[in-house]
Ligand binder design. Structure first.
Ligand code: GLC
Length: 675
């Protein structure tokens, strides 16, 4: 009887929330129109009240939660899809009509189906692979790290280290960024449910009200992590209910918002759709709203002069002060990747045209900015070395007023003849010349870097193997901050001493991202070499979080053991190495359409060049080659036979109904794909 009443109440609450969603999607037209959407989603969410949370007084639970108001017993929150309703991109400022592509490239259903069939065959290949003893151990550990909420798997804990049980800090939580390699490992093994649950539960957390000293960050913010807590039901010491308790940075060290969480969420959502074929998930109205809230936060107007995202120090994997405030590469690469993924997933309707246009404009401006200003190699450093300063004009060469004296002494000897990399950060009058692995790797994976730059980055890693890989792949950044720099920049952080943790420590979780980048660039050999290095130690060392010293010889001083993203990263790397076509769920190829057409009105003859046109001129490959690379749809059987696939460019031009030009690519085996 009571159960029936409870279930009725819950259904009532859902109806209430859905009605609100309907209302909100229909009738709010201002930038603040996203608030009711979020409010509606909050009603579909579970909550924990501030008293129950260890996070205490700064945490503000949803204003009204009908589930808790009704003293409900534990059970999974509703995650079924609300009815599909058209979304309006209210918060995206209307833009002038431009000649740029109005929408994401059309998906060809035949090509999509072919891609899905190919991926499914690869997943089967993964499942039937012979696993090494180390992989078996890793799978068993990964299984043990799974966190359940109301009986369903929703994520994996950051670390499961019995030796540090008394000092878990927040390592017993599910971190959004840490879960990504776990999710990839599960997806590659054909286990999509945990990933779907994770995506939907974190989506519900997105719209919680969060405050730090009475100030609330934007609504699209995704938590850094969450924990499942059991709290006693009111007035009953024996019955408990489970609640999800998120941390948006309001209890994290330094109180920094995790800017990367939402970006990772979008990247994972696309990967999930690609490999499972469950596109219905990304089409759901609440999921579309989630994507839009994240994008609204990233694309909203501010004081910025650059297309790069302006963030505070520690807003990503490096979540402590390390001098990466401003426009750090890691955030820019993930931002670019998330925009590329979102562009494929945003439902196309009249209401989303402005959003898609905003995404396109940002993508092309961002790629130009990074390719042009972040790239350094021998030639560029020599140019900077001879820079004139104090140039005041539109056509200044040294646009950011970089004083050549800031070229660090280590760089002159370090930069190889062949290759180069994207610097860590660019600010007015400041270039951070440190090499950051994650940002460089994702610039390759997402095609933020040009083909030539991507090759250059891998060439540099190869040439500097002893600095970046040595005894454990890979250094989070190179070189470490030492002496006075360490004291001032890290704030004398004892965890970030030189060649430790974020300050030049070696993080095995970077291995899966390195593998992806290598596979994309046809450098499987490099990835294989790195995996072999890691394999020599990871299991014996009990899967540490990070390694210390200049060459990564010691297990990190404060490193957790049995760190989940070390384990999952290793597994994902092994599977991608053996079944490289699976890398396509995370990779984005160069998109030439992005470089066509622009709203900036700068014509070819102007002294100040349009960045889109300039970006196009940065390409060194013929467009046909790039397009050919973009459509590698190989079947496991084809890969095994090591057949070489000649790509024939038909040169044919067609016009789509919308008037956009289409060219047809023809594969030698009669596989036909449209670009
Ligand atoms: C450390 C890392 C961070 C990671 C967390 C959980 O704080 O810096 O990137 O998400 O541990 O593993």
């Amino acid at each position: 009887m009571a159960a029936a009443a409870i279930s009725h109440l819950r259904r009532g609450a859902q109806r209430h929330a859905r009605a609100l969603l309907f209302l909100s999607t229909r009738s709010f037209s201002s930038a603040s129109g996203v608030a009711p959407l979020a409010a509606a989603r909050r009603l579909l969410s579970t909550s924990v009240d501030s008293g129950a949370s260890s996070k205490g007084e700064n945490y503000k639970p949803p204003l009204f939660d009908p589930f808790r108001a009704a003293n409900l017993a534990s059970s999974a929150p509703p995650l079924e899809s609300p009815p599909i309703e058209e979304l309006h991109d209210d918060a995206i400022p209307p833009e002038v009509e431009d000649s740029g592509p109005p929408a994401a490239p059309e998906k060809d259903p035949v090509a999509c189906q072919h891609e899905l069939d190919g991926l499914k065959a690869w997943v089967e290949a993964v499942r039937s692979r012979e696993e090494s003893t180390q992989e078996k151990e890793a799978w068993s550990l990964l299984g043990r790290s799974v966190v359940s909420y109301c009986g369903t798997a929703v994520g994996t804990v950051a670390a499961n280290d019995p030796s540090a049980a008394s000092q878990m800090l927040n390592y017993d939580q599910v971190f959004i960024r840490d879960f990504v390699p776990s999710a990839i490992a599960f997806l590659l093994k054909g286990e999509g449910d945990i990933v779907k649950n994770f995506l939907l539960h974190t989506l519900q957390l997105q719209s919680w009200e969060k405050t730090v000293d009475c100030y609330s960050p934007g609504q699209g913010l995704m938590p850094a992590s969450f924990k499942v807590r059991s709290i006693p039901l009111d007035g009953n010491s024996e019955a408990f209910e489970e609640v999800l308790d998120p941390d948006f940075g309001e209890s994290a060290i330094g109180r920094v918002a995790p800017v990367d969480s939402g970006l990772w969420w979008i990247i994972l959502l696309r990967a999930y759709g690609k490999i499972t074929g469950d596109y219905a998930l990304q089409e759901r109205v609440d999921v579309q709203t989630g994507i839009r809230l994240i994008l609204n936060l990233c694309l909203s107007d501010g004081f910025d002069m650059f297309p790069t995202l302006l963030v505070t120090d520690g807003s990503c994997m490096i979540d402590r002060r390390m001098g990466i405030h401003g426009h750090p590469l890691e955030i820019q690469s993930l931002f670019y990747s998330a925009l590329r993924c979102a562009r494929e997933m945003v439902s196309i309707n009249e209401g989303s045209n402005n959003l898609i246009r905003a995404i396109n404009n940002r993508l092309s401006a961002l790629s130009f900015h990074i390719r042009e200003y972040y790239w350094v190699d021998m030639k560029k450093i020599n140019e900077i070395y001879r820079y004139k300063t104090e140039e005041y004009s539109h056509d200044a060469i040294n646009k950011f007023n970089i004083y050549p004296e800031q070229i660090p002494s280590w760089l002159a000897d370090w930069i190889p003849e062949k290759g180069g990399y994207l610097i860590g950060n660019l600010q007015p009058a400041h270039m951070d010349f440190r090499f950051f692995s994650l940002g460089n790797l994702w610039a390759i994976i997402s095609s933020l870097a040009t083909q030539k730059q991507a090759e250059g980055i891998l060439n540099l890693i190869e040439a500097k193997w002893d600095d970046i890989v040595a005894n454990m792949p890979l250094k989070i950044c190179y070189p470490a901050l030492e002496y006075e720099e360490w004291r001032i920049i890290t704030g004398s952080d004892p965890k970030n001493t030189p060649w430790s943790y974020h300050n030049g420590g070696s993080w095995p979780t970077l291995l899966w991202q390195f593998t992806l980048a290598c596979i994309k660039m046809g450098r499987r050999d490099l990835a294989q070499r790195a995996v072999e290095v890691a394999e020599k130690r990871l299991s014996d060392d009990k899967w540490p979080e990070y390694y210390d010293t200049r060459t990564g010889r010691f297990i990190g001083k404060q490193s957790r053991l049995y760190q989940t993203w070390t384990i999952a990263g290793y597994l994902s790397s092994k599977m991608i190495l053996d079944c490289p076509e699976l890398a396509s769920i995370l990779i984005c190829e160069e998109d030439l359409e992005l470089l066509e057409g622009c709203a900036c009105n700068l014509n070819k003859s102007a002294r100040t060049k349009c960045s889109r046109r300039a970006a196009k001129s940065q390409l060194t490959e013929a467009p046909e080659v790039i397009r050919a690379n973009a459509v590698q749809l190989l079947h496991p059987a084809m890969f095994r036979s090591k057949q070489s696939w000649s790509v024939e460019y038909s040169g044919g031009e067609q016009r789509s109904p919308g008037g956009r030009r289409k060219k047809t690519l023809k594969y030698g085996n009669a596989l036909k794909l449209k670009d």
